[in-house]
Design a protein. Structure first.
Length: 630
C-alpha cells in the first residue's frame, strides 16, 4: 500500500509543472511513511511513497525499473496471487531481483501488456512508464478499492493517488457545479468526475494509455451478470464458502503484523473466523461507544473473539473522543466526501495501526448480498402487497409526523415516509431517491440562483443516466446490487476506508471483493441473497454452525456517530457563526442563504428528520472550500 504520482510534459509549458513532483510526492506521506523516491528525466516525473508490506527491503523500493532500464513502475496496492504469477514467469525464463509483488507486476506487464490485468487478483492503482516510447500505462482494480486521479490537457498529463497531490502541480481549480449538485444529493461525487472540472477519476476496471499526447481509456473488466438457475442453494452455499475461505487465505500474506477488524456483525465475524483458521495468532480490533449504547457492539465482538480465541483489543470511546478527531478528518478530506461513519473508520484505523500494519475487513458484503435497509425496501417494493400499498397511500401522514433518528417511533415514521415516497417513483428514480439524502429539488434550492441555470448544470442528467443504466424499467434485486457495486461501493464505502486508513498508514484488505467470489455472487438468483425475512441469506446460512448463535438474534446497526448531538452542542458555533453563517454564505456566492437558514432551523427543531446528514455535507464542503479550493 503506497501513494503514487507522476507527470508527463508535452511541451515547455507542461515542463514547468514538473518542478512540483517532489511536493506532490510529499503530499502523500501518510499513505507511505516508510520510504520516498522520485525519478525525473527531460519530460517525465514519477513519485512514490512506500508503506512496506511485502519484501520490506530496499530491493522493493519504487520507482522500480526492469533490468533494461526501459520500464519503470509506481504501484499502490497488493497482488495476492503474485507468487503463482512469479512461478509462471520463472518457468518462462524471467528472473527477479526482489521477492515483491511489484516486480512480478512489472515483469508480467512487459510480457503481456494490458492482458496482464486479467491475471491479477488483488487491488491496485499503478503506472508503468515506457522510456523508449515515452508512454504511460495506468490501471485501476476491478472494484475501485484503490483510487487513481488524473488530469490531461494540451500541456501535460498528471496522475496521483489523492487530490491533495494533484493540487501540488498548480492546476486549474475551477469547480464543477454538476459534481457539487450531485454531491448535495448523495454526499459524495461518483467517478469519473471530481469536484474540479480539470480532474477526473479513472473508473474501476479500466486502464488508461498516454502516447504521443493522446489519451485513450478502455475497460478490461465488467461483472459477468448471468444468473445460473441450475445451481441448487445447498451447492451454492458450499461453493460460496470455498471461495470466501480461499480469498481470506490469499489476503493473509504479509511481511508485517496483520490483524482483523471485528465489529461483531456477521460479515467481520465470518472473516475473523476464517482468518483464525489459517493464522493462529490473529489479533482483532473493535471500537465501542461508552455514551452511545445503542450503537455499541463490543459485547458481540468480545463474544466472537472468545469463540475463535483471538487476541482482542477494544478501543472504548466517548463522544468527546470521537469529536476530538473531527477536525483532523475534515482537514484530510481533499474532495467533498460526507459519509459521517468515516469518523469511526479513522479512529479504528488510527488505534489499530499501533498494533498492526494490515487489517482485514468485512466491507463489500452488504452491497453484494443485500445487507442494507434500502435493499429490504427494494425487495418489498418489488413484491408489494397490501402492507406496502397501505404505506404508500398514507405518505402524507408519515411525512407530517415527527421524523428523526432520535427515538424509535420518530425513526419509524421517517422510514415509512421515505419508503412511501420511493413507492411512487419508477425503478431508476426510486433507486436514486433511496441512495440520496436530498431530492434533486432540495439540492437545487440550496444552490445560489445564479448557479441553477442550465449552462452550469447541463451535464448532471446525462451523468445520472449513465450511473443508472444498469437499472431497467422492471428491475430485479440483482440489478439494484449491481448498481450499488458500481456506484456506492467504490465512491462511498471504499473511498471512506481508503481515505481514513491511509490517513493512518494502515492497509485494509477486503476478502469479499475477490473477483472470483464477486463473479460467483452475481451468478446467483436474487432469492439466494435476500427474501422477505432475511438479508445476506447465503452468507448467514452458510456460517450458522460456524458463528455464535447469539449473532443471529441481534438487530443490524449502522456504523454511526452522534452528529445531531454535536451539531446542537459542540459544533453549534461553527455552524451558526462560521461555516454556515449568513456572512460566509453570501460572500462565498455558491449557496442560497434562505435555504441554508431553513436547514439550520430544522436542525434545531423537534422534527429534524435526516437533516443532520445534509448539514454534515455542507460542513465538509465548507471546510474543503477553505482548505483546498483556492
Amino acid at each position: 500500500m503506497c501513494g503514487i504520482t507522476g507527470i508527463v510534459a508535452f511541451n515547455l509549458v507542461g515542463k514547468m509543472n514538473m518542478i512540483h513532483t517532489t511536493n506532490a510526492t510529499m503530499a502523500l506521506a501518510k499513505r507511505g511513511p516508510d520510504f520516498q523516491d522520485i525519478y525525473h528525466d527531460q519530460f517525465v516525473g514519477l513519485g512514490h511513497r512506500r508503506l512496506s508490506i511485502l519484501d520490506t527491503s530496499p530491493a522493493a523500493h519504487q520507482p522500480m525499473w526492469d533490468e533494461t532500464k526501459r520500464y519503470a513502475i509506481v504501484f499502490n496496492g497488493e497482488i495476492f496471487n503474485f507468487r503463482e504469477l512469479r512461478s509462471q514467469l520463472e518457468a518462462q525464463g524471467v528472473s527477479f531481483a526482489s521477492t515483491s509483488d511489484t516486480e512480478v507486476l512489472l515483469k508480467l506487464f512487459i510480457r503481456e501488456k494490458e492482458n496482464c490485468l486479467n491475471k491479477l487478483n488483488g487491488f491496485f492503482a499503478f503506472c508503468i512508464y515506457d522510456k523508449q516510447e515515452q508512454s504511460f500505462f495506468l490501471a485501476r482494480d476491478r472494484y475501485g478499492v484503490k483510487p487513481l486521479l488524473y488530469l490531461h490537457d494540451e500541456d501535460k498529463f498528471i496522475f496521483a493517488s489523492e487530490m491533495k497531490s494533484v493540487l501540488q502541480y498548480g492546476i486549474d481549480r475551477t469547480i464543477d457545479y454538476n459534481s457539487l449538485y450531485t454531491y448535495l444529493q448523495l454526499n459524495y461525487i461518483p467517478a469519473p468526475d471530481t469536484i474540479f472540472k480539470a480532474v477526473k477519476k479513472l473508473l474501476p476496471g479500466h486502464y488508461l494509455k498516454i502516447n504521443n499526447k493522446q489519451l485513450t481509456i478502455d475497460n478490461y473488466y465488467q461483472i459477468p451478470f448471468h444468473v445460473d438457475k441450475t445451481l441448487s442453494y445447498e451447492s451454492a452455499k458450499e461453493k460460496f464458502k470455498d471461495l470466501l475461505e480461499t480469498s481470506v487465505q490469499r489476503r493473509l500474506v504479509s511481511d508485517v503484523p496483520l490483524g482483523c477488524f471485528l465489529s461483531g456483525g456477521i460479515d467481520s465475524s465470518v472473516i475473523t473466523g476464517l482468518a483464525k483458521k489459517h493464522k493462529s495468532d490473529l489479533h482483532t480490533f473493535s471500537i465501542g461507544f461508552k455514551d452511545e449504547k445503542f450503537f455499541d457492539e463490543t459485547s458481540y465482538a468480545n463474544l466472537v473473539s472468545k469463540h475463535f480465541n483471538t487476541e482482542h483489543t477494544v478501543f472504548s470511546l466517548t463522544n468527546n473522543d470521537l469529536y476530538e478527531h473531527v477536525h483532523s478528518i475534515l482537514d484530510y478530506i481533499d474532495e467533498p466526501f460526507a459519509d459521517s461513519s468515516a469518523i469511526n473508520v479513522y479512529i479504528l484505523s488510527k488505534e489499530t495501526r499501533k498494533h498492526a500494519t494490515v487489517a482485514l475487513s468485512g466491507d463489500g458484503a452488504d452491497e453484494l448480498l443485500g445487507g442494507y435497509n434500502k435493499h429490504a425496501a427494494h425487495y418489498r417494493a418489488l413484491h408489494a402487497g397490501w402492507k406496502e400499498n397501505f404505506a404508500k397511500a398514507f405518505h402524507p401522514i408519515w411525512k407530517s409526523m415527527p421524523n428523526s433518528r432520535n427515538n424509535s417511533l420518530a425513526n419509524k415514521t421517517r422510514q415509512l415516509a421515505r419508503f412511501a415516497e420511493g413507492m411512487k417513483l419508477n425503478s431508476k428514480e426510486r433507486y436514486w431517491r433511496w441512495a440520496s439524502f436530498a431530492t434533486k429539488d432540495e439540492a437545487l434550492n440550496m444552490l445560489h440562483p445564479d448557479l441553477r441555470i442550465n449552462r452550469w448544470l447541463s451535464e448532471f442528467y446525462p451523468r445520472k443516466s449513465t450511473i443508472l443504466q444498469t437499472i431497467p424499467d422492471k428491475e430485479t434485486l440483482n440489478d439494484i446490487l449491481l448498481t450499488d457495486t458500481s456506484l456506492v461501493l467504490p465512491n462511498d464505502m471504499l473511498t471512506k476506508v481508503d481515505l481514513m486508513s491511509m490517513a493512518n498508514s494502515l492497509e485494509v484488505r477486503t476478502p469479499f471483493l475477490d473477483f472470483e467470489l464477486v463473479n460467483f455472487i452475481f451468478s446467483l438468483p436474487d432469492e439466494y441473497k435476500i427474501n422477505a425475512s432475511i438479508r445476506k441469506r447465503i452468507l448467514q446460512d452458510a456460517y450458522r454452525d460456524f458463528l455464535p448463535a447469539k449473532l443471529y438474534k441481534r438487530p443490524k446497526k449502522g456504523f454511526e456517530v452522534p452528529l445531531l448531538k454535536w451539531f446542537r452542542k459542540e459544533m453549534k458555533s461553527m455552524i451558526v457563526d462560521d461555516l454556515l453563517s449568513r456572512k460566509t454564505i453570501e460572500e462565498q456566492g455558491i449557496f442560497h442563504y434562505p435555504e441554508i437558514d431553513n436547514l439550520k432551523k430544522k436542525l434545531f427543531s423537534s422534527n429534524p428528520g435526516d437533516v443532520h446528514a445534509r448539514i454534515w455535507g455542507l460542513i465538509v464542503f465548507q471546510r474543503w472550500w477553505n482548505t483546498y479550493s483556492r
